[in-house]
Write a protein that binds this ligand. Structure first.
Ligand code: CA
Ligand code: CA
Length: 306
């Protein structure tokens, strides 16, 4: 059980992590560097096209022990596969969903109880698939409502090791969205970045800044990709390089993949400010419920490393 407790502690720490807190360049819109992705130097090693009508649990799992997440709740029922997409739904529920793991685990895990509130979800490949270096891409439509934070990101346990460097493990946010109709910070921009050395006072990181897309990310499919090699992380949107980072040293450890939606807020209560979900009502005509639709996730390795 020691390992389980460690895992839980790690992910509770992650729960309180404000992923973009170190994005010092957030208010500086960036111009893409423009280099085109060269997929010919890679071979696909793993993918999910989300065909069929159920999630492939040989590839994906849930962080089921983390019931409360920022301003809402995560529950696996908010995740489905439909029309060739993974769909992560975000919705206000007056009736809390059931914790299916409570009966078996409540004496070992201090679950936050599900309450009426905003529900959404995540899937990850922890313990099922991880890779060091390569190219990682998703094609998706972002959930269109204020206060929602969708992301494609990568993690490993080394992220929590504080040693001044990121080579032991770095959270890599291939893209994050939290600017839906946010005129102050930039309408419909997405960001990317890295975080390492845990999420406390020693936390470090860097950001590629924010990028605006030619195609509306909330109504059209776009691809968000990360090239990762021993020297740098290179971020792409629609196959065009946005920027590259190597701050703190590049992770040389395998990392797993995460697709998630979070509700802006704290302790299960959504923020009511201009960035928060409660700024708008929870009625369907205001884009609720909202859906994060993911057409695919594809992972490649450099041919030279195969
Ligand atoms: Ca470190
Ligand atoms: Ca698909």
């Amino acid at each position: 059980m020691k390992l389980l407790k460690k895992i839980i502690a790690l992910f509770l720490a992650a729960a309180s992590a404000a992923a973009p807190s170190l994005c010092l360049r957030l208010n500086m819109p960036r111009v893409p560097r423009g280099q085109a992705l060269d997929l010919s130097q890679f071979t696909m090693t793993w993918n999910d096209e989300f065909d069929g009508d159920t999630l492939d649990t040989s590839k994906w799992g849930f962080t089921w022990w983390e019931t409360m997440r920022k301003g809402g709740y995560w529950h696996e029922d908010m995740v489905s596969v439909r029309d060739g997409n993974l769909v992560i739904r975000a919705e206000y529920l007056d009736e809390p969903l059931e914790n299916r793991y409570y009966e078996q685990w409540h004496d070992k895990i201090d679950f936050d109880p599900y309450k009426p509130g905003y529900y959404t979800g995540e899937v990850n490949t922890r313990g099922k698939f991880e890779q060091c270096y390569g190219y990682f891409e998703t094609r998706c439509i972002l959930p269109a409502a204020t206060g929602l934070w969708s992301a494609f990101w990568m993690m490993n346990e080394g992220v929590y090791q504080i040693d001044g460097f990121g080579d032991d493990g770095t959270e890599v946010d291939v893209f994050e969205s939290m600017y839906y109709k946010d005129h102050w910070r930039g309408v419909d921009a997405v960001i990317g970045g890295i975080h390492y050395d845990n999420y406390g006072p020693d936390s470090k990181g860097d950001s590629i800044g924010k990028f605006f897309l030619a195609n509306d990310p909330y109504t059209e499919y776009n691809t968000y990709g990360l090239e990762w090699n021993p020297d740098e992380y290179i971020f792409y949107i629609n196959g065009v390089e946005c920027d590259r980072l190597s701050t703190g040293g590049v992770s040389d450890n395998p990392e797993h993949l995460i697709l998630s939606v979070e509700i802006a807020g704290k302790d299960g209560v959504a923020y009511a400010d201009r960035h928060g979900v409660d700024k708008i009502t929870k009625t369907p005509e205001k884009n609720w419920p909202a859906e994060f639709k993911v057409d695919y996730v594809r992972v490649y390795q450099y041919n030279a490393y195969l």
